[in-house]
Design a protein around this ligand. Structure first.
Ligand code: ADP
Ligand code: MG
Length: 308
């Protein structure tokens, strides 16, 4: 698939939506002092789809929780440029179930709109649209326990988009799904995103998923999480999950991300750098391991981010 110009110009031409400058986050718990994020400077442009990959425990979830204002950073600055104060700053989609089991599918999808006191008719219009887009119309009056895991993730996606947030934050949303369901949901997310062009930060373990969905892939170092490298993903949109994998550049990009994930790896040649920040190369600290487990589970995030 040839690479073509993005409809809204290259990402570097679009205004900055999310800015992180020298962000650091340390956890002190039970006598242990863990620096999760260190000297993290990066910009995400309006309408950009950014994927973040990195070894387990490197601080990806912490980064997302800082962006969602669920975690306070110790140093540095985080800026999210808001256009409309009436809209929520963010919506989060997590790996596990974040739908409310006591609400029907439609009530879940309308939850954020209800919080904002949007009228019944407008709520029905919005939820109807996103239920349709996610193939959930038939299940509007079902309860989550009556649905498969994939369908429940569709409810989360429909809810997040119906909420019309300034930014969408996703933390391995398809990580627990079987391969076939994952493919289908990736394709659906691509279509939804391509018609809304929300600013997205998407965390994933899967290099395939990162390349399939994102405009750029940010690779983090092992803990403390810094930026190892940032790669542009040149595939034209609209994208098709399956045909992408036949693209000649695909294997090369996988290889570059894989190389950047190796602890202490220098940035592979030809990779992009963190635009405008000057911090896009590997810090290569060599601390931590690529297999470091998530030792401290982050507290359950609120399904919908509060206003900053
Ligand atoms: N609330 C917390 N208290 C103490 N340590 C934490 C807390 N949350 C995360 N950590 C630690 O911070 C590091 C990064 O965690 P996390 O952001 O969840 O990593 P990732 O999502 O990349 O797997 C890990 O070492 C983890 O144990
Ligand atoms: Mg995580």
């Amino acid at each position: 698939m040839p690479s073509g110009p993005a409809p809204q110009g290259t990402s570097a031409e679009r205004p900055v939506k999310i800015g992180l400058s020298h962000v650091r986050k340390r956890f002190v718990a039970g006598g242990h002092d863990v620096t999760a994020i260190e000297d993290f400077s990066f910009e995400v442009r309006q309408g950009e789809f950014l994927a973040v990959v990195g070894p387990s425990g490197c601080g990806k979830t912490t980064l997302l929780r800082i962006l969602a204002d669920l975690e306070r950073h110790d140093d540095g600055e985080v800026t999210i440029v808001r256009k409309d104060p009436a809209r929520p700053e963010n919506s989060m989609i997590l790996q596990g179930d974040s739908v409310f089991p006591w609400m029907t599918v439609r009530q879940n999808v309308e939850f954020g709109l209800r919080l904002r006191r949007i009228g019944r008719r407008e709520r029905a219009r919005q939820s109807g649209h996103y239920l349709e887009r996610t193939g959930l119309t038939r299940f509007a009056d079902s309860y989550p326990h009556q649905l498969s895991g994939g369908m429940r993730q569709r409810v989360s996606i429909a809810r997040a988009f119906a909420n019309d947030p300034e930014i969408l934050l996703m933390d391995e949303p398809f990580g627990a799904l079987d391969e076939q369901t994952k493919f289908t949901l990736q394709q659906e997310l691509l279509q939804l995103w391509e018609s809304t062009r929300k600013t997205v930060v998407f965390i994933t373990h899967s290099l395939d998923e990162a390349l399939t969905l994102a405009d750029r892939v940010l690779v983090m170092t092992p803990r403390p999480g810094r930026i190892s490298t940032v790669l542009d993903v040149p595939f034209a949109r609209p994208r098709d999950v399956l045909s992408l994998r036949r693209d000649a550049h695909y294997g090369d990009l996988i290889n570059r991300i894989w190389t950047a994930l190796k602890p202490g790896a220098p940035a592979p040649p030809g990779t992009g750098t963190a635009a405008g920040t000057g911090t896009g190369t590997a810090a290569g600290t060599g601390t931590g391991t690529a297999t470091g487990a998530d030792t401290a589970p982050a507290p359950a995030a609120a399904a919908e981010g509060a206003a900053r």
